[in-house]
Design a protein around this ligand. Structure first.
Ligand SMILES: C[C@@H](C(=O)O)C(=O)SCCNC(=O)CCNC(=O)[C@H](O)C(C)(C)COP(=O)(O)OP(=O)(O)OC[C@H]1O[C@@H](n2cnc3c(N)ncnc32)[C@H](O)[C@@H]1OP(=O)(O)O
Ligand SMILES: [Co+2]
Length: 136
């Protein structure tokens, strides 16, 4: 079993992180608990907890990163959903064995020290899925 615990976060691609935060904090009343640059993913992120899950706002740090490409093609909006798993390496092994197309064969470093890996949207009925494992 993959052992999904919950929706960890919803990843939302935005052009201007500061302006998006003005909306999510100022108008929706959520609070940013952390911002961080994740070089490997070419993103600057802000996390806003909403109960048991979080909103992850993502701005591209380069014109060629995955978020920049997503916005170019689709405009701003939901780019991925992230599920928290107990054991990421095991989940990836199981999914690979069942023929799911992995973007990341091995865990990568995500925001907040998480271990993360993406599944290709062509293998998941159209949604980019992130699996993540955290110590806490
Ligand atoms: C910081 C970290 C964290 O939480 O800790 C993060 O979240 S980092 C979050 C940002 N990082 C990532 O997204 C990394 C993983 N993503 C990737 O490797 C890439 O973005 C891919 C998902 C493989 C897409 O690559 P690329 O843009 O080169 O391909 P493409 O535009 O030709 O797209 C190939 C096909 O997938 C579809 N496609 C592309 N991006 C999609 C998305 N986000 N959701 C659903 N479908 C998507 C396209 O429409 C296209 O379908 P058609 O062929 O039918 O038109
Ligand atoms: Co994410």
């Amino acid at each position: 079993m993959i052992g999904i615990k919950k929706i960890d976060h919803i990843g939302i691609a935005v052009k201007d992180l500061a302006k998006a935060i003005e909306f999510y904090e100022g108008l929706l009343g959520l609070k940013v608990t952390g911002t961080e640059v994740v070089e490997e993913q070419k993103v600057k992120v802000a996390f806003l907890p909403t109960g048991d899950s979080e909103v992850e706002l993502l701005e591209s740090t380069t014109p060629d990163g995955p978020i920049a490409r997503f916005i170019e093609k689709n405009g701003e909006g939901i780019q991925h959903i992230a599920f928290r798993v107990e054991n990421l390496e095991q989940a990836l092994e199981e999914l690979k064995a069942k023929g799911v197309r992995l973007i990341d064969e091995k865990p990568r470093r995500g925001a907040g020290g998480a271990r993360i890996a993406f599944l290709h949207p062509k293998s998941t009925f159209g949604t980019l899925v992130e699996l993540c494992e955290r110590d806490n």
